[in-house]
Design a protein around this ligand. Sequence first.
Ligand SMILES: [Zn+2]
Length: 341
Amino acid sequence: MKTSIQAPPKLYSDERLRELADGSWIKPFRQQYPLATTLPAEADNVHLRGAIDMHVHADPCMLATRSQDFTDVAIGAAHAGLRAVVRKDHFQSTVGEAYAVQRHIDDLVTRGALPRRIEVYGGIPVGSLDIVPMQRALRFSAFKMIWLNSVGGERLVDGGRVCPEAERIIALAAEHRRGLNLGAPNHSAQQYQGVGDYEGLAPVVEKIKKLGALAVLDHPLSSLTIDEIAKLVGDGVYAGLFCHPSLPSVAKGAVADPLRTLELLRRIGAEQCIIASDVGMVLEPTQLEAMRLMVRLLLVLGSTAAQIDVMLKHNPARLLGLEASQPAEDLRSTTLAEVAR
Ligand SMILES: [Zn+2]
């Protein structure tokens, strides 16, 4: 009997694949951005020293397996000189874990097994809009972030208005200086039932600004237009420049146009952006490698050192309620001048 081997279904048509694999952009890209082939590999080192990664994924993760656990991420980041890492899980609090990893880091430093300390933080995802876990966690200094619109979470808006439960959580973040990470409604498609991403985010962002909380939009380039992002940022709301979708990833998007990242940066300025890794799935680079790639990409695209440090050090410190690494005034005047150039 003859057995036939079935070809696996294709994600893309042959024509679309040819289009995606088309290399004709490479030459003009390298001509326009010569650092793509000449940037020294160690150029990212100075930026990683003192950097904060406010959106780390690690194992054991309740959404997908990750290539490293949080202890390994923290140790690697400490060796590279990062100031702080904050772990996100879509379904569980990472506050207790952050406390334990911090204890381990401090022990390694005391014993001389790690050259420098790193601050280790966690956060709580908003699934059922229940504020109680957040109220109870306020006495823990490792609790730094609240993840809104995490995967499968309850919707934050109803009929174009922010739900009272969500409003109370935003008020808690404002009062107690915890950062908000605002995912796109498509993370919870079932609950939002056809509400568009911008439509679902705009009332929440308005409420965040009104109540004086600080927030970062979770990789908005994957769900919003640049015009929409520009309308949402400002007054303490930042755009997350995360590795997805700025860098290609087999796990999330095999093709990425780096010039879209540049367009967003030019449009809203480094003052309104926060860089973070948001990676770690087994088909992605590790947290540290992803951070290095992101910094190198921004350097290749022409970002200045001051702009990168605003996005990597100053803005995330403000979001997390940490002491700023440099006086805000200096950073603002430097980068505004550079952005206007
Ligand atoms: Zn994430």
